[in-house]
Design a protein around this ligand. Structure first.
Ligand SMILES: Nc1ncnc2c1ncn2[C@@H]1O[C@H](COP(=O)(O)OP(=O)(O)O)[C@@H](O)[C@H]1O
Ligand SMILES: [Mg+2]
Length: 425
C-alpha cells in the first residue's frame, strides 16, 4: 500500500515511525513532513491546509490511504474533499470535526446528552459576555469558540483579566474568526488527563491513557505551550475510573454524534479534568494529540494500519489492539524563547548519539535540514525525546539521558516530566 500522512510535527513522525513497521505498506509520503520524517518517508512540500493540492497529489500518486494529523484540515473538510474524489482517508468529516472546531457545538452536545462537563455559556455579543463574567465572578475560563492553535483559552483569576481576554479574543480578534463567538466556562479544579479512543462511529476502542504538560516551566509554571512532554499511562486514571470514562463519556459521545447525524469516525480525544475520582470533559479533539501520540504509539504492539482501516470500514469490533504494559515518557525540547518569539536555524548536535540509545526514539517536530544537510531547528517545539522503561522512573531516566546528549543554542525543556505520575505510584 501507498500511504500519505498529512502534517509535519512530532505526532506525524510518531505515526510514520509506527506505520513504517507494517509489512502491508510499501511507501509512505508525508506533506509537508520534517527532517526526522525524511528517513522514513518521502516528504512532499505541500502544506497540510492545502486540501486541493493534497487531493491532486493523492490522485496522481495512487495513494491507497491518507491519514490526517492536525485539526485545521479536518475542520476545513479535508475528509469530505477526499471522499468526494473517491480517495480513502482516515479522520472525521467536517461535520463531525465540529466537536473540536466549535467549543460551543461540543458543550451543547455534552449538555444535551448529559455527559459530564462544567457549566458554560456562549456569546456572540461582547457586552453580554462581559456582563456574564461580572455576574459569575472569578476564577473563570474564557475561550475562543473556534480553532486557535491552543492559544485561545485564558484561565482568568480575576474578572478584569477575564474582561481583557474577552476584548482580546472578540473585539481585537487576536485569533481571527475563531473569536467570533466566545464561550465562558466554570473553572474546574483537579488533575488533567488525556483519553484517546479509536472509533468507527459505533465501536469504541480505548488507547492507553496519557498526560500532557502544557505550561512551559517546571511545576506547571509559566505560559501554556503546545505541550512540553507527556507520559503514558496516567496513574490518575485508575481501573475503575477508566471504565467510568468509557461508559459515561466516550461511548455516549460517539453515540450522541451518530444520533445528531454526524457519525464520528477516527480518533476521539477527550481532555479531562479529574477531581476526587470524578471526570469532566474540558474539550474534545478530533485527532491524535501532540505530544501524547509519541508515548502512546511507542506502547502500541499491534500494527496501526489495520486499526485505522477498520475505523473507516466499520470493522473495529474485529480488530486486535494490544498494548505494551511498560510506561513511556516523552520530553519535548524547545527553541530558546518558545512559546514566545524564537529563532529558527540553530544546528542541532547529538541526534545520532541519542538515536542509538536502546529503548529511545527521538521524534522530530520543528526540524529541517540546511544546505550542508545538517539538522537545524525549524519551529517552537523541536524534538520529542521518548523512552520506554520497565517502570516510570526508568522511562524518565532513559528519556532524560537521551535529552542530555542533544543540544543547540538556546534549547530548553522541562526537568519534571513524569514527576506527577511518580507521586501516585
Ligand atoms: N473549565 C476549565 N477549568 C479549568 N481549566 C481549564 C478549563 N478549560 C480549560 N482549562 C485549561 O486550559 C487548557 C486549554 O483548554 P482547552 O479547552 O483544552 O483548549 P485548547 O486545547 O483548544 O486550547 C486546558 O488544558 C486546561 O489546562
Ligand atoms: Mg486542549
Amino acid at each position: 500500500m501507498k500511504i500519505l500522512v498529512v502534517g509535519g510535527g512530532g505526532r506525524e513522525h510518531a505515526l510514520i515511525w509506527k506505520l513504517s513497521q507494517s509489512n502491508k505498506i510499501e511507501q509512505i509520503f508525508c506533506a509537508p513532513g520534517n527532517a526526522g520524517i525524511t528517513s522514513l518517508a518521502t516528504c512532499v512540500p505541500i502544506d497540510a491546509d492545502d486540501i486541493e493540492r493534497l487531493v491532486e497529489f493523492a490522485r496522481n500518486e495512487n495513494i491507497d490511504l491518507t491519514i490526517v494529523g492536525p485539526e485545521d484540515p479536518l475542520a476545513a473538510g479535508i475528509v469530505d474533499a477526499f471522499e468526494a474524489a473517491e480517495l480513502k482517508i482516515f479522520g472525521p468529516n467536517r461535520a463531525a470535526a465540529e466537536i473540536e472546531g466549535s467549543k460551543t457545538f461540543c458543550k451543547n452536545l455534552l449538555k444535551k446528552y448529559e455527559i459530564p462537563t462544567g457549566d458554560s455559556a456562549s456569546f456572540d455579543n461582547l457586552d453580554d459576555a462581559i456582563e456574564y463574567v461580572y455576574k459569575k465572578g472569578a476564577p473563570i475560563v474564557v475561550k475562543a469558540d473556534g480553532l486557535a492553535a491552543g492559544k485561545g483559552v485564558v484561565v482568568a483569576q480575576t474578572v478584569e483579566e477575564a474582561e481583557d481576554a474577552i476584548n482580546k479574543i472578540m473585539r481585537r480578534r487576536a485569533y481571527g474568526d475563531a473569536g467570533k463567538k466566545i464561550i465562558i466556562e466554570e473553572f474546574l479544579e483537579g488533575e488533567e488527563a488525556s483519553f484517546l479512543v479509536f472509533t468507527d462511529g459505533d465501536i469504541v476502542v480505548p488507547m492507553v491513557t496519557s498526560q500532557d504538560h502544557k505550561p512551559v516551566f517546571d511545576d506547571d509554571k509559566g505560559p501554556n505551550t503546545g505541550g512540553m512532554g507527556a507520559y503514558s499511562p496516567a496513574p490518575v486514571i485508575s481501573e475503575g475510573l477508566f471504565r467510568r470514562i468509557m461508559n459515561d463519556i466516550m461511548i455516549p459521545t460517539v453515540k450522541a454524534m451518530a444520533a445528531e447525524g454526524c457519525k464520528y469516525r477516527g480518533i476521539l480525544y477527550a481532555g479531562l479534568m479529574i477531581k476526587d475520582g470524578i471526570p469532566k470533559v474540558l474539550e474534545f479533539n478530533a485527532r491524535f494529540g501532540d505530544p501524547e501520540t509519541q508515548p502512546i504509539l511507542m506502547r502500541l504492539k499491534s500494527d496501526l494500519l489495520p486499526i485505522l482501516e477498520a475505523c473507516i470500514s466499520g470493522h473495529l469490533a474485529k480488530t486486535i489492539v494490544e498494548w505494551d504494559e511498560r510506561p513511556t515518557v516523552c520530553v519535548a525540547m524547545a527553541s530558546g524563547g518558545y512559546p514566545g518569539e524564537y529563532e529558527n536555524g540553530q544546528i542541532i548536535s547529538g541526534l545520532n548519539l541519542a538515536g542509538r540509545l536502546k529503548d529511545v526514539m527521538v521524534f522530530h517536530a520543528g526540524t529541517a535540514k540546511n544546505e550542508d544537510d545538517k539538522v537545524i531547528t525549524n519551529g517552537g517545539r523541536v524534538l520529542g525525546v521518548t523512552a520506554i522503561g520497565d517502570d516510570i522512573p526508568q522511562a524518565i531516566n532513559k528519556a532524560y539521558h537521551a535529552v542530555s546528549k542533544i543540544s543547540w543554542e538556546g534549547a530548553h525543556f522541562r526537568n519534571d516530566i513524569g514527576r506527577k505520575a511518580l507521586k501516585r505510584i
